[in-house]
Ligand binder design. Structure first.
Ligand code: ADP
Length: 328
């Protein structure tokens, strides 16, 4: 028997991942760059036990649904196959997200699972291998293995070892993300289904895949130079380009809500009329995430809180990679 408990943090993509180059291996067709977020935390404990006859999975204190359990078992199966044993596991995971998050739970969830399961199985894997394992469950999870600012390159079909890599640690640049939550409830079209529909039907899919590497490179250059306007311009174009690609699918995929546009207008107004260096991004959902300097975070948050339709706001700083809490 062996047990490991870890903590992982969610991340927000500054240049976006949308589209897969290999469905079976879950490889992204475009490179992405993210910031790992403090505060948005998943804690996962994995315990392998010879007495268990089947894997037991609990999420937030309840038994996981069949679909949720299946995604976890697929990761455990890979770990068992690498470790050369067949022990079943009990997995207990909790997502500690503030209500204003509206952020990816799969990123921190599968980063935590991959890290806890490999250690509990006594596999001596480095972060890169853990990241590649997490990536197969959720591409954004590959990035959450590392702290600070992280890149996940595009994958070539068949490239099973593709992993994220850290660019700068969490102390590198004191930026903030202000999340403006604009709607309640789960998204209507999941990311995997949305990406596939875009690839098969959107006339803009190839244009998006062709444009994404340049935008990702500009985000990296902005990070390297600590130049927020350089980074922010590419970040906004990246998000609007992937949404344009998704919208042009058949049938169209529209994640925007009225409050999404209102929050985008607030960000532009702060920038154009008040001279605040603040830039927006959205994932495959209606929430708006504004990136700004730490000194401007109060102004940005107040403006977004006052924006019509915004339900709640939250603030995140750059956060650390996976942390081992207990291991025996
Ligand atoms: P999100 O935007 O929250 O990542 P997804 O639909 O991509 O939304 O992923 C949510 C799914 O990720 C859940 O339905 C569940 O299967 C899985 N998940 C979320 N949190 C965890 C966790 N802590 N441990 C294992 N799986 C998780």
């Amino acid at each position: 028997m062996s047990r490991c408990k870890v903590r992982a943090h969610a991340n927000i993509a500054l240049s976006k991942y949308w589209g897969k180059s290999d469905l079976a291996l879950n490889l992204p067709a475009v490179p992405s760059v993210s910031m790992t977020l403090d505060g948005l935390v998943t804690e996962t404990e994995v315990r392998f036990d010879t007495r268990l006859r089947t894997d037991r999975v609990f999420l937030d204190g309840r038994r996981a649904s069949a679909a949720e359990r299946q995604r976890v078992v697929e990761v455990l199966d890979q770990v068992r196959s690498a470790a050369g044993h067949l022990q079943r596991a009990e997995v207990r995971s909790a997502n500690h997200f503030p209500t204003a998050a509206g952020l990816a739970s799969s990123a921190s969830g599968f980063a935590a699972l991959a890290a806890a399961a490999t250690r509990a199985a006594e596999l001596d894997w480095d972060d890169k291998r853990v990241s590649a394992l997490a990536r197969q469950a959720s591409a954004s999870a590959a990035r959450s293995v590392f702290g600070g600012f992280v890149e996940l390159p595009a994958g070539k079909p068949g490239q099973a070892s593709l992993a994220a890599r850290p660019l700068h640690d969490e102390r590198y640049w004191d930026l903030r993300i202000v999340v403006a939550e604009t709607a309640k409830g789960p998204k209507k079209v999941g990311s995997t289904a949305g990406m596939e529909r875009s690839r098969r039907t959107s006339p803009y899919y190839e244009a998006w895949v062709a444009a994404a590497p340049k935008l990702s490179a500009q985000v990296k250059r902005g990070l390297k130079l600590r130049d927020l306007p350089l980074l922010g311009a590419a970040m906004e174009q990246s998000t609007l380009a992937f949404h344009a690609c998704a919208m042009a699918s058949a049938p169209g995929i529209l994640y925007f809500q009225p409050a999404t546009l209102a929050a985008l207008a607030t960000v532009r107004d702060l920038r154009d009329r008040r001279g605040v260096e603040v830039f927006a991004t959205m994932d495959a959902g209606p929430h708006v995430k504004a990136l700004c300097h730490v000194d401007d975070v109060g102004r940005v948050r107040r403006a977004l809180t006052r924006t019509e339709g915004v339900i709640a706001t939250g603030v995140s700083a750059p956060g650390p990679g996976v942390e081992i809490l207990e291991w025996d």
